[in-house]
Design a protein around this ligand. Structure first.
Ligand SMILES: [Zn+2]
Length: 435
């Protein structure tokens, strides 16, 4: 057994080990599904050694001085909301004196008072129902084990875990909904939102997504000792909307200040969001036929109507100042925002307004909630984009170009982006071949 593996084994109960074995299978299932590219992959450290799990016994307490003991009973307790450690000890039949002794033992013991709901507590109990150890993860990168020996002495041990990041690729094309396509590609809804957010200045995810639109992305999955912990960030992504392809690459122009840039180095962030509302409220039951351009009666009607459930948060499309926040019988609850360069955006029929006249608002800030107040036949957002007093289509109106990367940053950006973009292109190619 490798040293690393034995370190892992030390704090694993049989149950935890099962979990990690399952997670490993999941890794390989995802591997097949998403065709993880070896060259772009930071391998999960020591996966190979973890796979070669020995047969029983899976755990030895020799280090804790419990070797040769009778079989210990395992109790797995997930901390529920509102539960106290004292309550848990009582419920499991352990004394308050013992709890106090642990807490007073040292700073590690004291961490028992700060356990969050959802934490898994793993107790080992001897034949006399005495607690012999308690292990839990106070953070994603640590396991704390508290042991009680035969002489009733407390000792604590913190095992540090390294997080491993694995790069994963995924791609898909839309048949029914973006979330459906995401699911099919193995993405969580959260990851789909993260993907859509990158392109939310270029693509209207409420009205303009069509059957046949497609996406590819390279993103991080984070593992702890082979166990999946969470998804990380998207490193690069491509979205094809109505045959126009947008690419974006994550880049830190300054350390810790990452953002997404187009291949030419221009920021994906622009002065105005394409759809000023949280599309996840709508797209979950998206119907491509309903999203025919007919709904976008911009000329006839001087605005765009977004049918959406009452209560859907509506964002300010850009930075600006609220110049109207009021109610009348036509507009219902409405908000107007003044932006630089003679642009005003208008939002009508709110169920509830979230800003006051005179208030400064940031792009993406919630200014109200979809409703059906005023002259409205059903819950929707009526959105207008007015440029120098004339109603315009925000897509075609000339707007200041997004901030590009500084010239001296371009070589570093290109070095990072070119392999990622090549990878995306390969993924896009696979989708075309599948069609
Ligand atoms: Zn309207």
């Amino acid at each position: 057994m490798s040293q690393k593996l034995s370190a892992v084994m030390k704090h694993l109960s049989p149950k935890r080990l099962c979990v990690s074995a399952a997670a490993l299978f999941a890794i390989f299932a995802i591997n097949d599904m998403l065709s993880i590219e070896a060259k772009a992959t930071v391998p999960v450290a020591d996966v190979s050694s973890i796979i070669e799990l020995p047969s029983l016994p899976l755990m030895s307490f020799s280090e804790a001085g419990l070797v040769g003991q009778e079989q210990l009973k395992v109790i797995n307790h997930k901390v529920k909301k509102g539960q106290t450690m004292s309550g848990i000890f009582t419920q499991l039949g352990f004394s308050q004196a013992l709890l106090l002794k642990i807490i007073k033992h040292n700073d590690d013991g004291k961490r028992l008072t700060k356990v969050m709901p959802g934490t898994e507590l793993l107790f080992h109990v001897d034949a006399k129902d005495q607690m012999r150890s308690l292990a839990f993860d106070p953070t994603d990168t640590e396991t704390l084990r508290i042991s009680i020996n035969e002489g009733n002495e407390v000792s604590t041990e913190v095992i540090a875990h390294q997080l491993q990041t694995q790069l994963v690729t995924a791609n898909g094309s839309i048949t029914h909904s973006l979330f459906g396509a995401g699911k099919q590609a193995g993405l969580t809804d959260k990851m789909v939102m993260q993907l859509a957010h990158i392109f939310s200045w270029d693509i209207d995810f409420v009205l303009e997504i069509r059957q046949g639109d497609s996406f590819s992305l390279i993103y991080e999955k984070i593992y702890k000792d082979g166990d999946y912990v969470s998804d990380g960030k998207i490193l690069a992504a491509s979205f094809t909307n109505q045959d126009k392809t947008y690419d974006a690459v994550y880049f830190e122009a300054k350390e810790g200040e990452g953002a997404y840039y187009a291949p030419n180095g221009r920021s994906m962030k622009k002065a105005f969001l394409r759809a000023p509302l949280n599309f996840s409220y709508i797209s979950s039951n998206f119907n491509p036929r309903r999203l025919h351009p007919v709904t976008k009666r911009i000329k006839a009607h001087r605005g765009i109507d977004y049918a959406a459930p009452t209560g859907t948060p509506v964002f300010s499309a850009g930075n600006g100042k609220v110049i109207q926040s009021a109610y009348n019988k036509y507009n219902g609850n409405y908000v107007f925002v003044q932006h630089p360069n003679g642009i005003v955006t208008k939002y009508l029929h709110f169920s509830k307004r979230a800003v006051k006249k005179g208030q400064r608002v940031k792009q993406g800030q919630t200014i109200g909630y979809v409703g059906s107040t005023g002259m409205s036949s059903g819950p929707h957002l009526h959105y207008e984009f007015v440029y120098n007093g004339v109603h315009r289509n925000p897509r075609t109106v000339p707007l200041p170009k997004a901030e590009p990367l500084a010239k001296e940053k371009m070589p570093a950006f290109e070095q990072l982006s070119s392999p990622l973009l090549a990878e995306l292109q390969g993924l896009n190619g696979k989708l075309v071949a599948k069609r």
